[in-house]
Structure formats: C-alpha cells, structure tokens
Design a protein around this ligand. Structure first.
Ligand SMILES: CC(C)(COP(=O)(O)OP(=O)(O)OC[C@H]1O[C@@H](n2cnc3c(N)ncnc32)[C@H](O)[C@@H]1OP(=O)(O)O)[C@@H](O)C(=O)NCCC(=O)NCCS
Length: 171
C-alpha cells in the first residue's frame, strides 16, 4: 500500500463522508461515539472546517495513493479561548479494509505533532474500554489512562460501555 498522510482540504470532504458511510454501514463505527450516517449537512460542515483550518479544529487524512480513497481520519478540536484552550481532543478512524497495518499509528503521530506545533500542551481522547484496537493505539502513541467514565458510551445493543479518558502532555 502506498500511503500519504496530510492535512484535510475542502475538496476532501466528499471522500471523508464516503469513508464514514461505507464503514458505518458495515458496523465498523460501533465504538466511535457518533452513531449516525453522514449526510449533506455533515458534508457542508466538513467543507467549512477544512477550508477554515482554525487552530483548534484541524483534520489529518490517510489516503491510499493507488485509489485516492480516504482510508483514515484523525480529527482535532479544542476551545478557542479560555483556561482549557491549551487542551486538544483527538478522534481517529481507519477504514475496516486497512486495519492493523499501522495506518492509525501514522495518522495519530502526525496529528500529535501538529497539535504540539500549534501550541497545545495537552492532547486528550476518549474510547470505549472494550474498543481494543483504539485503546492499544492510544497507549502505543503515548496516551495514559487518566480516568474511567462509568457507562460513558451508548452501544447499538442498548447497553453501555465504560470509557477511558486518555491524556498525553505534549513535550
Ligand atoms: C482504532 C483504529 C483507528 C486503529 O487503527 P489501525 O490502523 O488498525 O491501527 P494500527 O494498525 O496503527 O495499530 C495500532 C495498535 O492497535 C492494535 N490493533 C489494531 N487492530 C487491532 C485489532 N483488531 N485487535 C486488537 N488490536 C488491534 C495494533 O496491534 C497496534 O498495537 P500494537 O502495536 O501494540 O500491537 C481502527 O481500528 C478503527 O478505525 N476502528 C473503528 C473506529 C474507532 O473505533 N475509532 C476510535 C474511536 S475512540
């Protein structure tokens, strides 16, 4: 696989929605914290977000160069002002066809580098404790478990999973 990791641009939004919906339809997004199909309002939001490229709202994509398909997304958000604005929250998703091949690691390390470059002091993330691949990815990239939320995430089967709150001080 020939992989490129780069910042998202406005015209990537369509392929990000496609990425999301094909993985969502296959049940791959079951621990992601959002459980809806992306639609035209998400497309508009992604376009605006990628075009604006605000300090605290950036996205990195993994793209398979041979198909030009988006195969991974790492998204960051933070408060624009105030005492929490040194903290950035990260989320990550890799296409089900490409799992376990290091794509998530490359994406997340790149996003962490960018977070540091943008002056953030603390990266955070949240994952269901039963989401083994996400928990391993976070730990591999230097996040520590800083807490555990009881019933932090609603699952498709009507039950709830605890979630880990991950933190990493950016040095
Ligand atoms: C979590 C996710 C992004 C990992 O991406 P990935 O490209 O497979 O990650 P990598 O290949 O870089 O592997 C990272 C670590 O996870 C482990 N891992 C990957 N897939 C795994 C699996 N199915 N089962 C167990 N461990 C797994 C790898 O072994 C590696 O850990 P190690 O080096 O300590 O062995 C991907 O599984 C995913 O998109 N899942 C669905 C969406 C999701 O849950 N996102 C996270 C929301 S918090």
């Amino acid at each position: 696989m020939s992989l490129v990791v780069r910042k998202a641009r406005k015209d990537d939004a369509v392929r990000v929605v496609e990425f999301w919906n094909r993985n969502f339809a296959a049940g791959h997004m079951k621990y992601t914290g959002t459980n809806w199909r992306r639609d035209s309002s998400d497309l508009k939001q992604f376009r605006e977000r990628y075009a604006a490229d605000k300090r605290g709202a950036f996205t990195f994509l993994a793209i398979d160069k041979s198909t030009s398909n988006v195969i991974g997304v790492c998204s960051a958000r933070s408060n624009e002002r105030g005492r929490l604005s040194h903290r950035v929250d990260l989320g990550w998703w890799v296409d089900m066809e490409y799992g376990g091949r290091g794509v998530g690691t490359k994406l997340l390390l790149r996003a962490l580098l960018e977070a540091k470059r943008r002056g953030f002091k603390k990266a955070e993330a949240e994952a269901a404790v039963i989401n083994t691949s996400s928990v391993r990815l976070a730990k591999k990239c230097g996040f520590k478990v800083e807490g555990r939320l009881k019933a932090g995430m609603a699952l498709d089967n009507g039950r709830y999973s605890d979630t880990y709150i991950f933190g990493k001080v950016l040095r």
